[in-house]
Design a binder for this molecule. Structure first.
Ligand code: EPU
Length: 302
């Protein structure tokens, strides 16, 4: 969707928004898939409610994109604009056992920053790609750690009230790859309470997780991490592997030959290719195991 030539563009600029016309979202996602649209960089937190009201008044559909590492975006010209927080020099600071971090920060960067200040607990999250905001929204987790366990407060733009609010950690539900945040909420900052641990010990934990990840996941290929959630008591990856679907393709979308719950873009996969592969694999698992796999990746259909 193009709004850069509309009168609203000047108003957005006054509100501190940087408008980048016609951005290919394939360049903003780890899958390397996604069509084109105007991108709005929200450079001032305090004007976000006004920006949202303005877009609503002008009937301009919008979606918020974080690190782009867990999303499958449709092809072609997208019927919405994309909002984004600037990622250069996000705020991070530590006071005692509390870390204050901007949602735009890189998740791994945050883990390392805290580790260097002798705050641990999040070692398992080290190789999870994406932003802190995206990790909060999905309650990202790996190797027995999930970010929700450490959250004390989240500052966010709340779609329900149209205002910036601060939620207490206790008032947010963090479940397996699911939270009580609304789809339109925009994470802005988080306050985490972390256990003290010597840097050397944290580093040892980080190395173990990195090694496990390197040996089991296709880290050098374009993917969105795991495509499906694990069903209760089961493993999506193991089932897909047992069905001998590693290497199975739809166009340029392929089931990774390293980890069967990772679907990779081997060259120029489209969203259509990836959705075909997802549906095909889901159907095969359903008929073989009677299990309906649920997407872990978030799909933005036009
Ligand atoms: N397995 C296979 N073949 C495969 C992949 C896995 O047999 O191709 C087996 C493994 O041998 C193991 C079991 O399945 O016995 C589970 O595999 P793994 O330890 O790799 O973990 P996972 O359940 O597939 C989850 C998360 C990952 C996270 C890892 C490590 C989900 C959907 N996935 O994967 O998170 O990195 O544990 O903690 O919860 C993600 O969220 O995108 C993601 C990749």
């Amino acid at each position: 969707m193009r709004i850069s030539d509309k009168p609203i563009a000047a108003r957005l600029k006054e509100l501190g928004v940087e408008l980048r016309p016609g951005v290919p979202l394939s360049e903003k996602t780890s899958l390397g898939i996604g069509g084109k649209t105007d991108q709005l960089l929200l450079r001032q937190f305090d004007t976000i409610p006004e920006v949202m009201r303005l877009l609503a008044d002008e009937n301009i559909p919008r979606r918020f994109l974080g690190g782009g590492t867990n999303v499958l975006i449709d092809d072609g010209e997208l019927p919405y604009v994309v909002l984004h927080l600037p990622t250069s020099q996000p705020g991070m600071r530590v006071e005692g056992n509390t870390a204050f971090v901007d949602a735009a920060a890189d998740l791994g960067g945050m883990v390392t920053f805290c580790a260097k200040r002798d705050l641990g607990g999040m070692e398992g999250l080290i190789g999870v790609p994406g932003s802190v905001g995206g990790a909060l929204r999905m309650n990202a987790g790996a190797y027995g750690t999930q970010i929700g366990s450490y959250v004390r407060e989240v500052e966010l733009y709340r779609a329900a009230t149209g205002e910036i609010e601060t939620l207490r950690g206790d008032d947010i539900h963090f479940d397996y790859r699911h939270t009580s945040f609304a789809p339109d909420d925009v994470m802005l900052r988080v306050k985490l309470a972390l256990p003290s641990k010597p840097y050397k010990e944290i580093l040892a934990g980080i190395r173990v997780c990195n090694e496990k990840r390197r040996s089991s996941q296709p880290l050098n290929q374009k993917s969105a991490g795991c495509i499906f959630k694990n069903p209760a008591g089961g493993s999506a990856g193991r089932m897909i592997d047992e069905l001998k679907l590693k290497g199975h393709r739809a166009g340029d979308a392929m089931v990774s030959d390293r980890h069967a719950n990772f679907f990779v873009n081997v060259a120029n996969a489209t969203c259509v290719d990836m959705l075909k592969l997802i549906d095909d694999v889901r159907e095969r698992v359903r008929s073989a195991y009677g299990v309906e796999l649920e997407n872990e990746v978030i799909v933005w259909k036009n």
